[in-house]
Design a protein around this ligand. Structure first.
Ligand code: PEP
Ligand code: MG
Length: 759
């Protein structure tokens, strides 16, 4: 049964569109279950009716004609109850409804299962049988499992149709809206540029080309490249492999032959398909054929074809990457955006970002906010590989993306973009003014940096120091570990640019969702794994080089502060302190005269919250990393779009932890800052100031908004508001009370997303 399921899902996955997918589903399920009828009804949300979309066994002419409301018929009942329905004699059921068009009277028994995607009923799959009999438990389980698997496939096929402006029936429709989570505020209208993951054939889209000869030449080059690689590899392994094992390389070479795989791809290219699409078609077809074979040896050959396909694709992608053209309003789309991808877009051309994976708390979103690029994350149902070159609207306020936008919608969003620009201009006037409340409470606003470009932005917006310099960012953009000299140059630029203002440099914080291509960390559970200080204490050579580079870079400037990430206890601080002192001794021995810089710890693990007192005694300052602290306190992966709505830094547990850290640090006379994204949320910033944080560190984009907000409120009133909110145990009530209180003070302008929700 599992094998049958797997085969059906595989076949459906390869279908070219929704109609074909549904056709395969009904045919294969009917065959597998030995029933006389299998039909799929999909819910048309506009008409709120279940429409017959495919059938084997009923009159095909009734497809698209027969439909029922959720309160009609057995199909409606399955859809509304969201449960399977198994009836021996369907006609005897009070909800039974007869449709003459379908020829249904010939069938007595009925088994229906709802098709549910992300909690939403999208349709119903039904099998029917002539003779009166109850479908057995095994059959019911089969249909339920089938429909669960198919829900995602149907949603994907539907989404693919809608990005081409087509509805289920293939008719033209208005724009399609895809909902993800906000990554970075702002709106953008532009052209999609899809960055595909390297050598993943499954996601290569079809694309028509006019210059067929050029595509053929590309493919020939790729063939030649792989042939050479194979020969080299075979020669290299000559002494290590037995002759029969080496024969595999000959098989590969044969497959690449003009008469084999190669010629099939060439034929498809000649029909006007780009080389990558033609390769995908041929490889998928062969792989499917092998995988469906019952012989285990032959099934294994599928992986050989896949491997060859990947190798050829890598060559084709390399050639494609060199020829990429970035439009003026590029919207970068990828399954999983990485900081390195952002770096590849020429300056001034990047208008928006869309990532299928990740959430608003992923590091790429943090980077996007720092750069002020509207971003939507976690767009899980977006058929991203198919959107290259089409027009998109990215609404980073509400986490929505529109394909095929109408003229009216495009105009509305263009107005939003212009309004935002005006607002930013208005805030420019605050640049030289201090961040001080109406009753005279002063709180410095610092900035988080990573890229060199952040420096200019931070200065334009009047930052009073750097509260967090994420040193891993330059590491992530590099192809190898930067040397001490290279690091020194990068750090000096930061220190010099802000001098005499303080610059807080965090030691390398890799792991979790921040990986280095040249130092891969593959773990089942990376956020609870080898991250931050754990990595660098295990690799003192990395830590020491970095500390030496920081110390040397600060020579004559003396505005360096060192910050340690992911601290869970005093022993880690002791070890890190020992290494910093060692590095300090070394650089002084080498003749660089620098004072020992202040050292601080990040409080971002619950353990550190409870040890604030002890940690405060060891260091000069503390900085709360509310991004990770929220994730670890609430046990919500900051990177997982499925639980993104549970991630909430205004959760009462988070607020209490923050207040505890401030009180404990102050009891030891140590200053405490906060550098998570929460500090850049103007409404949350009011509460943080009221808690007693000594400074707030945030992305440069939001700094003027936070300053505007804090200059409008009084410290005394903010403390009253905080006291009220700390008594509330429901996060939603905290949110609405905070919004209401600020709105009542006339400050609503800065806390609401600018784009209208109801567009
Ligand atoms: C944090 O966790 O709040 C933080 C500032 O660090 P990062 O986002 O880089 O993990
Ligand atoms: Mg962190």
């Amino acid at each position: 049964m599992l094998n049958t399921l797997r085969k059906i899902v595989q076949e459906v996955n390869a279908a070219k569109d929704l109609k074909a997918a549904l056709g395969i589903i009904v045919l294969r399920v009917q065959e597998a279950m030995g029933s006389q009828v299998c039909s799929v009804y999909l819910l048309d949300p506009q008409a709120n009716r279940f429409v017959l979309m495919a059938t084997e066994g009923l009159n095909k002419s009734s497809i698209g004609q027969v439909s029922m409301a959720p309160n009609e018929g057995l199909v409606g009942l399955v859809g509304t109850r969201e449960e399977p329905l198994n009836l021996e004699d369907a006609a005897a059921h009070p909800r039974y409804r007869y449709f003459a068009e379908t020829g249904e009277e010939r069938f007595a028994s009925f088994l229906g299962a709802p098709i549910i995607h992300h909690r939403r009923v999208v349709g119903v799959v039904v099998v029917q049988q002539k003779e009166r009999r109850q479908f057995d438990e095994g059959e019911e389980a089969f249909l339920v499992t089938m429909s669960a698997q198919l829900a995602g496939v149907i949603a994907h096929a539907e989404a693919t149709g809608s990005i081409r402006g087509l509805d289920r029936g293939g008719k033209r429709t208005q724009e399609a809206k895809f909902v993800g989570v906000p990554g970075s505020p702002g709106a953008a209208v532009g052209t999609a540029l899809v960055v595909l993951p390297p050598a993943d054939l499954d996601v290569v889209p079809d694309k028509p080309v006019t210059d067929i000869d050029a595509e053929l030449a590309l493919f020939q080059n790729a063939l030649e490249g792989v042939r050479n690689d194979m020969r080299t590899l075979s020669a290299k392994l000559a002494t290590q492999l037995r002759p029969e094992e080496r024969a595999l390389f000959d098989v590969y070479l044969m497959m690449l032959d003009d008469a084999s795989l190669g010629s099939e791809v060439t034929e498809i290219i000649k029909t006007g398909q780009w080389a990558q699409g033609a390769l995908r078609q041929v490889v998928t077809e062969h792989v499917n054929r092998f995988e469906l074979m019952d012989d285990a040896y032959l099934r294994e050959r599928a992986s050989d074809v896949k491997d060859l396909g990947r190798r050829l694709l890598a060559y084709l992608q390399q050639a494609h990457q060199q020829a990429l053209v970035y439009s003026d309003n590029t919207i970068l789309v990828s399954e999983e955006l990485t900081p390195a991808m952002l770096g590849e877009v020429p300056e001034g051309k990047l208008a928006g970002l869309v990532s299928v994976m990740g959430s608003g708390n992923s590091h790429v979103a943090i980077l996007a906010r720092a750069m002020g690029i509207p971003t939507v994350m976690g767009l899980v149902d977006f058929p991203y590989s198919k959107v290259d070159g089409i027009e998109l609207i990215v609404d980073g306020y509400n986490g929505e993306v529109f394909t095929n936008p109408s003229e009216i919608l495009t105009k509305q969003y263009a107005t939003v973009v212009a309004d935002e620009r005006e607002l930013a201009k208005g805030l420019d006037a605050l640049r030289e003014l201090p961040c001080v409340t109406t009753d005279g409470h002063r709180i410095p606003l610092w900035v988080n940096t990573g890229l060199l470009a952040d420096v200019a932005r931070a200065q334009q917006r009047g930052a009073e120091g750097v509260g967090l310099y994420r040193t891993e960012v330059p590491f992530m953009i590099n192809q190898r570990f930067p040397s001490e000299k290279e690091q020194l140059a990068i750090y000096r630029e930061q220190l010099q640019a802000f001098h005499p203002l303080p610059v807080t440099m965090r030691s390398l914080d890799i792991g979790g969702d921040k990986s280095l291509s040249y130092f891969p960390i593959n773990e089942e559970n990376p956020f609870l794994g080898w991250r931050g200080i754990r990595v660098t204490l295990d690799h003192p050579e990395i830590f020491l080089v970095q500390a030496r580079a920081m110390l040397k870079a600060s020579e004559g400037l003396n505005n360096l502060r060192i910050l340690l990430p992911m601290i869970s206890g005093t022993h880690e601080v002791e070890e890190a302190m020992h290494l910093i002192h060692r590095a300090w001794g070394e650089v002084r021995d080498e003749g660089t005269d620098v004072p020992m810089p202040p050292v601080g710890v990040m409080v971002e693990i619950p353990a550190a919250v409870y040890l604030t007192r002890e940690l405060s005694r060891q260091v000069d300052f503390l900085s709360v990393g509310s991004n990770d602290l929220t994730q670890y306190l609430l046990a919500v992966d900051r990177n997982n779009p499925r639980v993104a709505d549970l991630y909430d830094y205004l959760h009462p547990a988070v607020l209490q932890a923050l207040q505890h850290v401030v009180n404990e640090a102050h009891a030891e006379g140590k200053p405490v800052s906060i550098c998570g994204e929460m500090a850049g949320d103007p409404a949350a910033a009011v509460l943080l100031m009221a808690m007693g944080f000594d400074s707030l560190s945030m992305n440069a984009t939001n700094l003027p908004k936070v300053k505007w907000m804090l200059r409008q409120v009084s410290y005394a009133k903010s403390r009253e508001l905080l006291a009220q909110l700390m008594k509330i145990d429901n996060p939603q009530v905290i949110h609405s009370s905070l919004q209401l209180a600020l709105k009542n003070q006339g400050l609503g302008r800065m806390i609401n997303p600018q784009a209208p929700k109801t567009l």
